[in-house]
Design a protein around this ligand. Structure first.
Ligand code: PLP
Length: 402
């Protein structure tokens, strides 16, 4: 907690862009940006009047899981601490073996990382270039676009369909020289699903040589069908999984890339993750807990649906999500609502350049969502003149997010 407060205090006074630059500075040419970077940068815009950040308040801005690691994962972490002086190869091998078994693929089809930000970044670097573009939905999670940009690749951001799924027909047509087609399922920020049939279409009709990257960070929260069968069939498909969402391990760190060995090998050129023993053992304990996913899926869905009923009853427009985040159309610049709510220490998520009048909200605990409702209603009935924009608030030059 104190480390978080110190880090937060150290960040106050910086603009969003300088924060992202600072975050990137330790990695020479190609910064790995995570949800935490994007969320913290947006918070800095919203936190007018807050002298420094603390962990007090309601944090529903970064698609985190307020439940944290499961009881079994916590116990596993505590039990492994005496071995914290070791790199612990047996633990490394053990969790990879278990994950591969559960996914139904040989062990050489999986690679462990400290979350899925690293393999998202490496996959983008590996399969895009100045002559092979990056194709994605719009709006969608921005990290891939950032990596593609660093790589000098063209970005084709294809608007989502009317039902908020990825328009895979338009995506495969976007560029005959596409290198990577990124499908986030369920999508961040909309929480909406792209059907298996649409993903099958992308795999069957993608340009020759392109790879389809299916980011399944939120899949356990929804009824979406995994694209794992394409990996099993030897297709040009890479799947990403993380333990940051339903498993509540964003601060503990573990994730996987799943794909043909020759594809995974290409990612290795760009790096591997030094794995924390705590992350590996907590992931293993989580995978062995058969009740974790269904219990948490229901808990989060119940809270989400209760919030949707409240939004509906109050005539607020939102995108029906099947995940732990959703977009609300606030009919004015989203940053105004974010800044007004930050005064109540209720931190909601950012807006996207494609949808500047929507804000993303993460599903928190039931009590947090009650606090959210009161603050949101107050902000929505507060006039724009009560919103004082901070002088340093600016949109990025490239407009990838606001
Ligand atoms: N992919 C998506 C769609 C995300 O939303 C996130 C984080 O929020 C990530 C990947 C990366 O998460 P992490 O690095 O914590 O595993």
């Amino acid at each position: 907690m104190s480390q978080l407060s110190n880090d937060s205090a150290a960040c106050s006074g910086f603009s969003r862009r300088s924060f992202l630059r600072t975050a990137s500075a330790s990695l020479v040419a190609a910064p790995i940006l995570t949800e935490a970077h994007f969320a913290r940068a947006a918070m800095m815009d919203a936190a007018a009047g807050v002298p420094e950040f603390t962990m007090k308040g309601v944090y529903i801005d970064a698609n985190e899981n307020p439940l944290g690691p499961s009881e079994n994962a916590r116990k596993a972490i505590a039990d492994i601490i005496p071995n914290g002086g070791r790199y612990a190869m047996p633990v490394y091998i053990g969790v990879m073996k278990l994950f591969a078994e559960q996914m139904g693929v040989p062990m050489d089809h999986v690679m462990i990382y400290d979350g899925s930000s690293a393999p998202l970044h490496f996959t983008t670097l590996a399969f895009t270039s100045p002559s092979r573009s990056f194709v994605c939905g719009n709006p969608t999670y921005e990290a891939g676009q950032r990596a593609a940009d660093v790589n000098g690749a063209k970005i084709h951001a294809v608007p989502l369909s009317k039902d908020y799924s990825h328009d895979t027909e338009a995506m495969v047509k976007a560029d005959p020289n596409a290198g990577l087609i990124y499908i986030c399922n369920p999508n961040n920020p909309t929480g909406t699903i792209t059907s298996k049939a649409q993903i099958d279409y992308a795999v069957a009709n993608k340009p020759a040589g392109a790879v389809v990257l299916v980011d399944e960070a939120y899949i356990h929260l929804s009824d979406a069908t995994s694209a794992i069968d394409h990996v099993k069939a030897g297709k040009d498909v890479v799947i990403l999984r993380t333990f940051s969402k339903i498993y509540g391990m964003a601060g503990i760190r573990c994730g996987f890339a799943i794909g043909r060995p020759d594809l995974l090998k290409k990612l290795e050129t760009y790096g591997q993750s030094p794995m924390p023993i705590t992350g590996m053992i907590a992931a293993q304990a989580s995978l062995m807990d058969a009740s974790l996913v269904p219990t948490r899926k229901k808990l989060i869905a119940d809270t989400r649906n209760k919030t949707f009923a409240w939004l509906k009853a109050n005539n607020y427009d939102f995108v029906p999500s099947e995940s732990n985040c959703f977009m609300i159309d606030v009919k004015r610049p989203g940053k105004e609502i974010r800044a007004l709510m930050a005064k109540d220490q209720v931190y909601i998520g950012r807006s996207w350049a494609a949808w500047p009048n929507h804000v993303r909200v993460t599903v928190g605990l039931p009590s947090e969502m009650e606090t959210f409702q009161a603050s949101f209603k107050k902000a929505m009935s507060t006039s724009a003149s009560a919103f004082n924009e901070r002088p340093f608030v600016r949109r990025d030059e490239d407009g990838l997010y606001v």
